[in-house]
Design a protein around this ligand. Structure first.
Ligand code: MLT
Length: 245
């Protein structure tokens, strides 16, 4: 198994796809996706375009759909919700499809959608992603951070490092055996430094500060949990993710 970490979707190679791609958007898209599926959501369908989301979801009965639109961290007017995982209660999401478009996370999933296996991970379901890698042993794995509009994000690269760190520990492998690029070593070091204070990392991160400015303190606390959901969102058809386990 060779592991490659890319800080943003823009940095991924354009001439190839991996056997397994893991999209990471800790604050908050992939945390929200894992939460929705854990709460009984039927599926998550991702869109980079808000109008296309509205058009496609129109064909779903209102009681079987939820429309989530976020831009700049805030809810888009006319949508049922923004992108807070705290809104995704079982009462609200059970049996419904979440049609979601966010500033960066949904773009990441679209960038990697041609991979043989496409997963969504965050700190909250890191263990579920690692369990998949250990059991399926894909030849090439990309962990792709979402960043912010093409720029590096601390939390996404730290989460990529958390996945790599746990994989190496549980598989008893060295970084040298697994790392396909320098970013893997970098990400493991970043995670190792902050693993006991992820909330503190978020408070230092530009998007964490943006969300604090939007009074999303509780979202940051929720997103800083590690391995609390044994749920793995996996793409079943382009742009549609369901619970693998
Ligand atoms: C993103 O797509 O960048 C995030 O999910 C935005 C957010 O939810 O704050």
């Amino acid at each position: 198994m060779k592991l490659f970490i890319y800080h943003t979707p823009e940095l991924t190679p354009v001439d190839k796809v991996p056997e397994c791609a893991i999209a990471v958007d800790v604050l908050r898209a992939t945390t929200t996706m894992a939460t929705v599926l854990a709460a009984g959501g039927e599926a998550v369908q991702v869109f980079s375009n808000l109008d296309q989301l509205m058009q496609v979801s129109e064909s779903w009965p209102a009681e079987k759909r939820l429309r989530a639109g976020e831009r700049g961290g805030a809810k888009v007017p006319g949508f049922d919700m923004g992108n807070s995982p705290l809104e995704c209660t079982p009462d609200l999401v059970k049996g419904r499809r979440l049609f979601i478009s966010t500033t960066n996370g949904t773009r990441t999933l679209q960038r990697v959608q041609d991979a043989k296996a496409v997963l969504a991970a965050a700190f909250i379901n890191r263990g579920a992603a690692v369990k998949y890698l250990l059991s399926l042993q894909p030849e090439t794995v990309w962990i792709v951070g979402s960043g912010w509009e093409g720029s590096f994000s601390l939390e996404d690269t730290a989460c990529a490092g958390a996945i790599a760190h746990s994989l190496l520990q549980l598989a008893d492998l060295s970084a040298d055996e697994v790392a396909g690029n320098d970013e893997v070593i970098n990400a493991i070091a970043l995670y190792s430094q902050w693993q006991d204070n992820l909330l503190g990392l978020f408070h230092n991160a530009s998007h964490g500060k943006r969300l604090l400015g939007l009074e999303c303190h509780e979202d940051l606390k929720y997103c800083s949990q590690t391995d609390t959901l044994d749920v793995l969102p996996m793409q079943q058809e382009p742009g549609v993710l369901k619970r693998y386990y």
